[in-house]
Design a protein around this ligand. Structure first.
Ligand code: GLA
Length: 741
């Protein structure tokens, strides 16, 4: 493997971390270990852009996806556009694999550089390609490119997982020029496509995350999905999309390619339609992010994850989820506990006795993990509301005189795991931390401080802040009995100034912040391997595979209205497995408890309710849902999803999960408007086998499922369907199918 390849002995296969600078000696030659293609020998090293004639081709292949490359007569690297047959085409500049600004390419470039001598052009010639078998069915391909006039190199890196049809792609940039080189643009990936392409993306807002999927045919011009808020991927969208060839995507047919950028900062996903080709340029947002790369440093872009399916969105998601369970999230093969959060029950208003009084009801109803939310810290400025105390992470002596340990111990005694809320990156101006270190915050000099939720972000590029945040995390998670944490992040960057970075490197803030954040998350995951971690960020701001690799799950939205969640969960499920999606039962929307529980059961089930105040009827429904959920969570969390009926603007939504061995399935039907109860048709069952039909946690007072107790073949169930016992708005029906002996 190349001497500057990122370590892959890590927990998962994402290049690790997704983007970083490595202070290694940049190897400006083909001194790559492993197999160097014979092409390398044919290519003129250095010299002018007109190299010896070459018509060499090579491909990146998975089971059903191929990316064809060709080295042109000019020595440049070309890619056959996806959706175009290679037979009748000759390489042209619009087909360059990784187009460079300033030397002839006139559309959106993948890379734009100011060299040490001020030259604003870059030319990249093919040097060689290496292929390394990392594991059975997993190959790393590195294509080495070099500027003939400068000691400046780019490696296009692809990790192809053959049977999964998954490709992780990133780019590494290094040089040995006489001084720093400024990277103005540095895409992770820049694949070219034919022009008949449809893009599906997900606009949103706070409490509306993933609620508005948009599918549009790309037309001439550049469509850009991006964010410019620095320390989280988004508030108004998600760095994930689907491209479909030859028409809008459908669930069970058609060629589709999912793309997701593993990056928790400002990103740009640009789709440049130049009339002849569409090029997707995916990576960090170049906006205000010029990066001064010193000689010998390597800039590693974040990883782009691509998942291909020739059979529509359903297969695409199942492949994506299987990859995520193995490589994208932590402990992807371990089912998650049922969680109870105190936030809705107590808000900021609690003390030791109040929290302990919640444990008996929590245990009785069947929850397994108690999460203590915000409000447990701060002494000089107690955290009794969101105006003060953030940054002062000592337990409040009045509320918790003995600290967190007895609370956790008491939970453990009740047979409950104990979790804790932290927001280590933030500070309230009204805090001891801010009194002591006003220069630790991200802000712009000479500008009035702009607060969001009364708080500011600590400048994680500053070493003292890194040490401080690690101390907060390690001392909190190190409390005996704590085995879960919700890592919150309730604001984003609006005044991106760092007193640490100095005048020349202000534009590094966006990128260096995320590097430092990943280093902290990585350290946390390694130091606390048995502690489960949830990402939360003003709702779903950190729903991305950059951060998720250190976490178990994310908070999809502050909106917990189950009606909204039906659509949100559907849309997140294109890219994320249900075990990564926290779904909590709350009173939001004032929906019937049975409906709220059923919707949460199709995600990672949790509750945020005051159990003491629940009516006996609702308590029984919750207890029934928890008990049913424990029986089926291995199917919903570890099984394959089949999206059956889209809920957007529809009378109902339906989906089912199937266990990997196809012996069990769970069907969910969520009624959103009054309508006739038509059969729902599950998918993915073994057609020849018999399954017994059983409704889980039926809603009180409703007629039994017509097929309750029947044993039907998979074929019958899939063809004739199951008639659900829900027909009115906000009714739900959850049906278990289990192979009969
Ligand atoms: C955010 C989260 C809530 C809760 C509060 C605590 O708003 O979304 O669930 O944790 O912070 O302040």
């Amino acid at each position: 493997m190349g001497s500057f390849f990122s370590d892959n002995g890590d927990r998962n296969s994402l290049s690790s971390p997704p983007m970083k600078l490595r202070l290694v000696v940049c190897v400006l030659s083909l001194a790559l270990s492993g197999v160097v293609s014979s092409l390398a020998a044919d290519v003129m090293k250095g010299g002018p852009a007109k190299a010896a004639p070459l018509h060499k081709t090579f491909s990146l292949k998975t089971a059903s996806f191929t990316l064809d490359f060709e080295v042109g007569d000019d020595g440049r690297l070309y890619q056959t556009p996806i959706g175009v047959t290679s037979a009748d085409r000759k390489p042209q500049r619009i087909d360059e694999a990784y187009p460079q600004a300033g030397d002839g390419y006139i559309y959106e470039p993948a890379i734009q550089v100011v060299h040490a001598d001020g030259n604003t052009s870059t030319a990249l010639l093919f040097e060689g390609v290496t292929r390394t078998n990392e594991a059975d069915g997993r190959e790393l391909m590195r294509i080495q490119l070099r500027d003939p006039a400068y000691p400046f190199e780019v490696a296009l890196c692809f990790r192809a997982q053959r049977d999964r049809d998954v490709v992780e792609q990133w780019t590494e940039i290094c040089h040995q020029e006489s001084g720093p080189v400024t990277l103005e643009r540095m895409a992770s990936a820049s694949p070219a496509f034919s022009t008949n392409i449809f893009l599906t993306h997900f606009a949103g807002d706070w409490a509306k995350e993933m609620l508005s999927p948009i599918t549009e045919q790309l037309t001439p011009g550049t469509k850009v999905l991006d964010s410019k808020i620095g320390m989280r991927a988004h508030q108004f969208g998600n760095p994930s999309f689907v491209l479909s060839l030859c028409g809008p995507p459908t669930e069970n047919s058609g060629q589709v390619l999912a793309g997701s950028l593993a990056w928790s900062g400002s990103f740009a996903l640009a789709f440049d339609h130049n009339g002849q080709r569409v090029r997707a340029l995916c990576g960090v947002n170049p906006y205000a992010s010029a990066y001064h790369l010193k000689p010998g440093e390597t800039f590693v872009t974040p990883t782009m994850i691509w998942v291909w399916s020739g059979n529509g969105l359903g297969e695409m998601s199942r492949k994506f989820h299987a990859w995520a369970r193995d490589f994208g999230i932590r402990d992807g093969h371990k089912t998650r506990s049922v969680l109870l959060n105190n936030w809705e029950a107590t808000g900021f208003d609690f003390d030791f006795n109040r929290i302990v009084s919640l444990y008996d009801p929590a245990k009785e109803i069947g929850t397994e993990l108690f999460l203590l939310d915000d409000g447990w810290f701060g002494n000089k400025y107690p955290r009794v509301n969101d105006h003060a105390g953030l940054g002062d992470w000592e337990p409040n002596r009045q509320r918790l005189p003995q600290g967190l340990a007895p609370l956790a111990a008491e939970a453990n005694k009740h047979g409950l795991q104990f979790g804790i809320w932290i927001e280590p990156e933030m500070v309230n101006p009204k805090s001891e931390l801010f009194d002591k270190h006003p220069d630790w915050v991200i802000r712009q000099p000479k500008r009035e401080l702009e607060l969001q939720r009364n708080q500011l972000t600590l400048d994680l590029t500053r070493p003292e802040v890194q040490t401080f945040e690690w101390q907060v995390i390690s001392s909190t998670l190190g409390v005996p009995g704590i085995s879960y944490a919700k890592w919150d992040c309730n604001r984003y960057l609006t005044q991106p100034g760092s007193s640490w970075l100095g005048p020349d490197r202000q534009s590094h803030l966006w990128i260096d912040y995320v590097h430092a954040l990943y280093a902290l998350m990585d350290k946390t995951a390694k130091a606390f391997p048995d502690t489960e971690l949830m990402l939360c960020s003003g709702g779903g701001g950190r729903a991305d595979y950059g951060a998720l690799r250190y976490f178990h799950e994310f908070w999809p939205s502050d909106n917990t209205d189950p009606v909204a969640r039906v659509a949100m969960q559907w849309d997140y499920s294109y890219f994320f497995p249900s075990m990564a999606l926290a779904g909590h039962v709350t009173h939001w929307g004032k929906r019937p408890m049975h409906f709220a529980c059923s919707v949460a059961m199709s995600a990672r089930f949790g509750m945020d309710l005051d159990l003491v105040k629940l009516s006996a009827g609702d308590k029984a429904i919750c207890a029934g849902a928890i008990s049913a959920y424990k029986k089926i969570r291995d199917v919903t969390q570890l099984g394959d999803v089949y999206r059956l009926e889209p809920p957007h603007d529809a009378a109902r939504g339906a989906l089912n999960y199937v266990s990997p061995d196809r012996t069990r399935a769970v069907v969910f039907v969520f009624q959103l408007k009054d309508a006739e109860a038509l059969p729902v048709h599950p998918q993915g069952l073994d057609p020849a086998k018999h399954y017994s039909v059983h409704e889980l946690n039926p809603a009180p007072g409703r007629a039994a499922l017509p097929q309750e107790g029947n044993a039907l073949t998979g074929a019958e169930l899939m063809q004739d369907g199951i008639v659900p016992c829900c027909a009115k708005a906000v009714e739900a029906c959850v049906v278990e199918l289990a192979l009969t002996p």
